[in-house]
Every structure is written in C-alpha cells, then in structure tokens.
Design a protein around this ligand. Structure first.
Ligand code: C5P
Length: 305
C-alpha cells in the first residue's frame, strides 16, 4: 500500500443550468449539462492518527476554506471510513487552483477526489456505483466530479448521465474576486421568481446535438444559466465583466453556476488568450482552461513519499 495517494480533481462548469421548482427537501429540481475543465485541485491523503486537513493555494486565496470537520473533503473521508469499517485517521492535503466559493464546484470536487484517494489508500476497491451513491450524499454535484467529461445532471444535480461529446472547447475563466454563497444565490432566484409559475426544467435537445457534433458555434448560441439573474442581482458588477469578454471576441459569456466566476467560450486557444488578456487589462484575473477533462483520478504514477 502506498504511503500516500494523490488525486487530480477537476473544476466543473454548467453549459446549461435549468432550475425548476423547490422540492419538499428544500433543493431545486435541476436539468443541467455539466462539463469538467482542466483546471484542477490536487488532493493527497496519507495515514494519520486522526483526521486532519491542510490547504495550500496556487493563484487563489484559500483563507475561506474551513479546515475543521465541516470541510466536505474530511466528511468524504469519514463517510467512506465509516462505510468500510476503516479505523484510524487520514491526513488530507488539498492544493487548490480552483477558485473558492466561485461556482465551479471546488469543494465538491475535492470531496470526490478524497473518496477516490481514500479508496486507493485503504485498498478497498469500492464499486463505482457505491462511490457515486456516497458522493450524492455529500453534495449535488459531487457525483459529476467523479464522472467528469460532459454529462447531464438531473434530480437535484446528482443523477449523472454521460453525453457524447466530439469537441474540444477553450474557455476563459474570469475570477472577479470574492465568493457568492450557493444557498444565497438560490434564495435570490426564488425571490426574483416569487409568484411566477416555475416549470420543470429539461436539458435542451439542441445542446446534446451540438456536443455530439462538437459544434462550438452552435453550442455558443445555446449556453444558459437560470442562476445568472440571481448572481447579477447580488453582484451587479458581473455584468461589466461579461460585457468585457464579449467585446474582446468571446463567442459566448455566462456566469458559472452560482458565480461569481464568469465563463467565456472561445473558438480556439489563440482567441482564449486574447480574451484573457483583455480581462486582465481591465483588472479581472482570468485564466484559460480546456474541456472536457477527466473526472477525479489518481495522478500517475502514484506518488509515494
Ligand atoms: O448539494 P449542495 O450541498 O452542493 O447544495 C448547496 C446548496 O445549494 C443547498 O443547500 C441549496 O441551498 C442549494 N441547492 C438547491 N438545489 C439544488 C442544488 C443546490 O437549492 N439542486
């Protein structure tokens, strides 16, 4: 057994995010298309007397990441240990590149990676379906972070079905600074829609067709996020960030999930560089990422320290 295991954990974006009515359990019905992007955290686990978590950051602030037992990665380790009857603890180290509270599932993907890492560290060989079930109890988008690639998400987001995707997509990810609380953004959407009928959302068939064909122009016209008006209501300055990327030539611009991260779909790597520079010049940190990327997976060769 390795003395430690390192797992790469991709960020997720939502190409479309349809938000339906509130369910009895307080969650909203979702119909979304997820895509994993090659902006990745790394989670390293090693045996320890008790569960501990440390965090480092590369290009992102990690001051808001909790390091106590409320951290989703530590909850993931405890959940798997409990299920498998593992005694003893684990030291989890998270090296973050994904913006914190940025609407890119950073915390969720760290939890997914911790499940994969602990499963390998403890030599459990947990069946995939069981890992997905545990992931769903941790958060709505944790199962997708295990699966990666491009996939639809239904239910509250936890029912994940891979989608055929022939494309390679270039995204600029703009980081306007600060975070937005996911429950806060959903609550703002409920406030904005109060009194309106809210239909059950569906994944648009045209999006699935565009992905199957790898057609970036068609996809650009179909991107959408029902949470965007709520994120803009809470952070009106995001409107100017979206405009700046569009003005620089991006094919499409949208808020990522609950925000405040903003996404710009570009034709290729060169255009992505131009859009990134325009955003940076106007004072918004930005980076380029490509997609789709793999779900949480061990870094090869397994790191042995
Ligand atoms: O599932 P997760 O813990 O990531 O969700 C965080 C919060 O986002 C929930 O507590 C809820 O307020 C909101 N949410 C929602 N409907 C969903 C997913 C998340 O209302 N389908």
């Amino acid at each position: 057994m390795s003395a430690s295991v390192t797992v790469s954990a991709p960020a997720k974006i939502n190409l479309t995010l349809g938000v339906g009515p509130t369910r009895a359990d307080g969650f909203h019905t979702l119909a979304t298309v997820y895509q994993a992007v090659d902006l990745c955290d790394e989670v390293t686990v090693s045996p320890a007397a008790e569960n501990t978590l440390t965090v480092s950051g590369e290009g992102v602030s990690v001051v808001d990441v909790p390091t106590d037992s409320t951290n989703l990665a530590l909850r993931a380790a405890a959940l798997l240990a409990d299920r498998a009857g593992v005694t003893g603890g684990v030291a989890v180290h998270v090296h973050k590149r994904i913006p914190v509270a940025g609407g890119m599932a950073g915390g969720s993907t760290d939890a997914a990676a911790t499940l994969v890492a602990c499963d390998a560290l403890w030599g459990l060989g947990t069946p995939r379906e069981d890992l997905l079930e545990l992931a769903a109890t941790l958060g709505s988008d944790v199962p997708f972070c295990l699966v990666g690639g491009t996939a639809t998400g239904t239910g509250r987001g936890e029912v994940v079905t891979p989608v055929e995707d022939a494309g390679r997509y270039w995204w600029v990810v703009a980081l306007p600074g600060g975070g937005l609380s996911t429950p806060g953004v959903y609550a703002e959407l409920d406030r904005l829609r109060a009194g309106e009928p809210v239909p059950d959302p569906v994944v648009p068939a045209a999006v699935v067709d565009a992905l199957r064909a790898g057609d970036v122009d068609a996809l650009a016209g179909l991107l959408g996020n029902d949470l965007q008006p709520a994120a803009l209501s809470l952070r009106p300055g995001l409107g100017a960030v979206l405009d700046r990327g569009r003005d620089a030539g991006a094919l499409a611009a949208l808020v990522s999930g609950s925000g405040p991260t903003c996404l710009f779909l570009c034709r290729d790597r060169v255009q992505a560089g131009v859009v990134r520079e325009a955003l940076e010049r106007s004072g918004t940190a930005a980076l380029v990422a490509s997609a789709p990327a793999a779900g949480a997976h061990p870094v090869e060769p397994a790191v042995v320290r």
